[in-house]
Ligand binder design. Sequence first.
Ligand code: HEC
Length: 152
Amino acid sequence: MSLKIASLAIAMSLMSISTMAHQVKEEPAQSYRQSYFALIGANFGAIVQMVKGEVSYDNQAVIERANNLVALASIDVTKAFPEGSEQGTTRAKPEIWQNRDDFASKFEAMGSAVNKLAEAQGVRADVAKAVGSVGQSCKGCHDDYKAKDYLY
Ligand code: HEC
């Protein structure tokens, strides 16, 4: 096997490991939106840790994470809640399907909040304020539409 083919094979086997962890063939919408929110959570969590001083504050890292959140917010995750996907391995509450407009407006509120976070340009005092608003936007949706435990 040439080196090129060997490294391609390794890359492909790594890909299948990482997709196996989160992608469930039978529940593509649930897997998609949970992967989406895992990325949201990881990027936001990294900023929160820096603001709290749990890890050292890195201006550039905050800018990068905030830009990631803006990019993620441009993906309309509300489309990943089709009819029927209230079943299965999910924490999405059935109320989502009865209040689509309100659910969408809560998603838009998150978009506005992460835009402000990115506009803070990593300046710590401004980032700290913006982080609070982003956190409120997550909570604003989770309080109504995300269950604490998986619903089966
Ligand atoms: C418009 C509503 C909404 C907003 C806004 C929202 N979430 Fe969620 N989030 C959900 C729902 C619904 C689920 C459950 C999805 C499921 O289990 O199918 C979820 C799940 C999650 C999860 C668990 C993902 C997993 O691995 O299963 C994390 C982490 C998360 N959200 C973080 C955040 C953070 C951080 C924010 C704010 C930056 C945020 N969410 C904003 C609705 C929202």
